[in-house]
Design a protein around this ligand. Structure first.
Ligand SMILES: Cc1cc2nc3c(=O)[nH]c(=O)nc-3n(C[C@H](O)[C@H](O)[C@H](O)COP(=O)(O)OP(=O)(O)OC[C@H]3O[C@@H](n4cnc5c(N)ncnc54)[C@H](O)[C@@H]3O)c2cc1C
Length: 683
């Protein structure tokens, strides 16, 4: 760990290291690293010689997080089109992003405008996006994507992005503090002048809370880039241990938007990885077994009437990957997710078997690749993937997709792959303005923590948004707020008191007989997967909200059992995850009460809704499942959620109208003048 000189102070009998920076970034994924590099570049352009010493990246693990540890068959980066023949523009790009509603048009437009600048930044940083012999970056089609704007550097695109950008940040000499768990956001001021003045961290490697383990990072600006709270869900494809810091950010006063909108889809669970794209386009056989692996059954054949529809829908799941309630009726591809879930609900396990083609059942006919719907057949034919078995087709189309499982101890040519419908991404997150500044001035939120996506997003647009957001935040920080390091607060009562309270709490918890953090996390995860994932119901969500509030209040009253630093870190994570789960459930209940219906990536069940299939039954009532369609009137509203200690539900929700994109068609000289004078930063 690299350290600058830090001032050591005594608080509550402990030595605390106080560091000061211009900007502290929490997190070390693709979004964070990019922002760090841009901050450095913008400061250098202003003539700041020691820019690298004014920026710090702190992370619980530089090698952790979704960017470093997650991916799919060819993890997608969605950018403005680069085809030499087909024109594209930011406005068309933004229209795709906002198509399903609940999305600020200014953010969508900026993500389009900044897309190629950031894409080429990654190319120059060394990410190997493929080109043809003419130098064109080749595109393909992804989910919710009408154009071919997607590209990929293979299964680990986001990891390569993070590593290439980290190299640039290290070359610049930017300060990086690894193994630092953010455990509290220090706030100063009230009302409009409230802001986050710093981050308290604990080194998560120590065995006990010694003098050296607590740090305070004070900064003039804070960038939160700690990713999504993947640990909220039991059935999840996020890397294990990805807690995020949503609870801390809510407590500090940041407002969130679209918390109801997360993405769920099919993923392998032993090794957590998305089975999108080529995994499904290879058309593996999908079977379920009992808990012990016996009584194999090809359940799709009970629902899809012909082999043509079974096989074509498996293929389509590749680029219609997220679960989508608008793709269930009339035997479309998201019926597969419902059927997988249905098997799991019956206690059965579901597998992709790449050794065999689908076999079907009596009446469906048998598998014949020539018999697929034209969209599927032509794709496979053009890819030269008409081999006999799914594993041969997959190995032909995408060898790294087979390799990634081998690297993780799974041989797809000799064993089936267990899957489930998993939580994968937060479309919602913290509210930001067009410079990715949060509801608190001087605090910026980027990457998956920022709630910039609407109800649906094209696959790959999360990575684009993370890069553009980091650029915008860095540009604004340096040009509007300057490069000065945070003032030394001296013995600020306001800050010292918060540090003291934190130390007192940690000391109490080290003696507490309250619940164990692991039990709390398991409780949260089971509840969220049952009530706040891709299948939702008003009464059930309401009951879960009450339980979540009760749990959080119990933690406040009794504390958590945390006898050493390792369990202290786990206890802090459990506490803020508990608060985050209240926020998500509150938002979900609020939208259900407003009759939001099924949209994005979840179904809202209702006895009087649209029947899914007579043989798909409700787990408790035994009635055939039916769902409410989307309430489209709510597409031009965004649900905002804020922590409110005085509210019985701990959070308050309100509806806001999405912002429009300003149309600025200024003459060059006028725009140049405003740019030179820095007027573009006056929001
Ligand atoms: C299986 C899977 C496949 C995906 N595929 C795609 C895709 O194809 N295209 C696409 O666009 N998106 C995809 N996504 C989403 C995308 O990968 C993520 O949204 C993105 O990588 C998030 O980047 P980030 O920088 O915001 O956060 P992350 O990469 O998650 O990084 C979070 C950072 O915060 C740190 N951190 C967390 N908590 C703390 C704490 N308390 N204290 C200090 N540090 C902390 C972590 O150590 C880490 O460094 C996928 C996600 C998953 C899970």
């Amino acid at each position: 760990m690299k350290r600058t000189s830090a001032r050591t102070r005594q608080i509550a009998g402990r030595k605390i290291a106080f560091h000061r920076y211009n900007t502290v970034i929490v997190g070390a994924g693709a979004a964070s690293m990019n922002c760090a590099v841009h901050l450095y570049d913008f400061m250098r352009r202003k003539g700041i010689e020691d820019a690298q010493d004014r920026i710090a990246v702190i992370a619980r693990g530089i090698g952790l997080g979704a960017s470093r540890m997650s991916g799919s068959d060819k993890q997608t980066y969605y950018k403005l089109g680069t085809s030499p023949e087909v024109p594209d523009c930011a406005e068309a790009f933004a229209r795709t992003l906002t198509a399903a509603g609940c999305c600020h048009s200014d953010l969508a437009m900026i993500e389009g405008i900044g897309s190629l600048r950031e894409f080429y930044h990654l190319v120059e940083a060394g990410v190997a996006f493929p080109t043809d012999s003419m130098g064109s970056f080749i595109g393909y089609k992804t989910d919710h994507d009408p154009a071919e704007r997607a590209t990929s550097a293979g299964p680990k695109t986001s990891r390569f992005m993070s590593e290439c950008l980290q190299r640039q940040a290290e070359q610049a000499g930017i300060q990086m503090f690894d193994n630092q768990e953010a455990i509290h956001l220090l706030t100063t001021g009230e009302g409009k002048s409230k802001r986050i003045a710093g981050v308290v961290t604990v080194e998560n490697l120590e065995s006990e809370l010694s003098d050296s383990t607590l740090h305070v990072f004070l900064a003039a600006n804070i960038v939160l880039a700690a990713g999504g709270p993947g640990e909220l869900y039991k059935t999840s494809v996020y890397p294990k241990g990805q807690f995020g810091i949503h609870g801390l950010a809510f407590k500090a006063g940041l407002a969130a938007e679209n918390l109801t909108e997360s993405q769920f889809g099919l993923a392998s669970i032993k090794f957590r990885w998305n089975v999108s794209g080529s995994y499904m386009q290879a058309i593996p056989r999908i079977v379920s077994t009992d808990a012990d692996g016996g009584h194999e059954h090809e359940f799709l054949a009970d629902f899809f009437p012909t082999m043509k529809s079974v096989a074509t829908n498996i293929f389509l799941k590749g680029y219609q990957w997220p679960f989508d309630p608008q793709r269930i009726e009339n035997l479309q591809s998201s019926l597969i997710d419902v059927l997988v879930y249905n098997e799991n609900q019956k206690g059965r396990r579901v597998f992709l078997d790449f050794r065999q083609n689908p076999v079907g059942a009596r009446g469906t006919g048998s598998f014949n690749i020539d018999d697929l719907e034209p969209e599927a057949f032509e794709y496979l034919r053009d890819a030269g993937a008409l081999q006999k078995t799914p594993i041969e087709r997959l190995a032909h189309m995408n060898p790294p997709a087979v390799e990634i499982y081998r690297e993780n101890g799974i041989d797809l040519s000799s064993e089936p792959l267990e899957i489930a419908v998993c939580a994968q991404h937060n479309n919602g997150g913290f509210a930001v303005n067009k410079w990715w500044e949060s509801s608190l001035r001087h605090t910026f939120v980027i990457g998956e923590m920022a709630g910039t996506h609407g109800v649906k997003r094209p696959g790959g647009s999360a990575l684009n948004a993370g890069q553009v957001g980091g650029l915008r935040a860095a540009e604004y920080i340096v040009n509007a707020y300057g490069s000065d390091v945070a003032d030394d607060p001296g013995d600020s009562q306001e800050i010292d008191q918060q540090v003291q309270n934190l130390i007192d709490k940690l000391s109490r918890w080290s003696q507490s007989s309250g619940p164990a953090p692991q039990d709390v996390v398991e409780q949260i995860q089971s509840r969220m997967t049952a009530s706040a994932a891709h299948i939702r119901e008003e009464d059930d969500a309401n009951e879960s909200l009450k339980q979540a509030i009760r749990l959080f209040k119990e933690i406040q009253d009794k504390g958590l059992a945390a006898p050493d630093t390792r369990s202290l870190v786990a206890a802090i994570q459990a506490e803020h995850l508990a608060l985050a789960s209240v926020a998500y459930l509150k938002a979900i209940v609020d939208l259900l009460t407003q009759d939001g219906g099924s949209r994005g990536s979840y179904l809202v069940l209702s006895p009087h809704g649209i029947p899914i299939h007579p043989d798909i039954k409700h787990k408790t009532t035994g009635e055939s499942l039916a769902f409410r369609p989307e309430n489209q009137a709510l597409r031009d509203r965004i649900l905002r959620t804020e922590y409110d200690e005085t509210s019985p539900d701990l959070f308050k929700c309100s509806m806001i109208i999405p912002r429009m994109a300003p149309t600025e068609n200024k003459a060059f000289e006028r725009a140049w003048h405003e740019f030179r004078k820095g007027k573009i930063y006056g929001i």
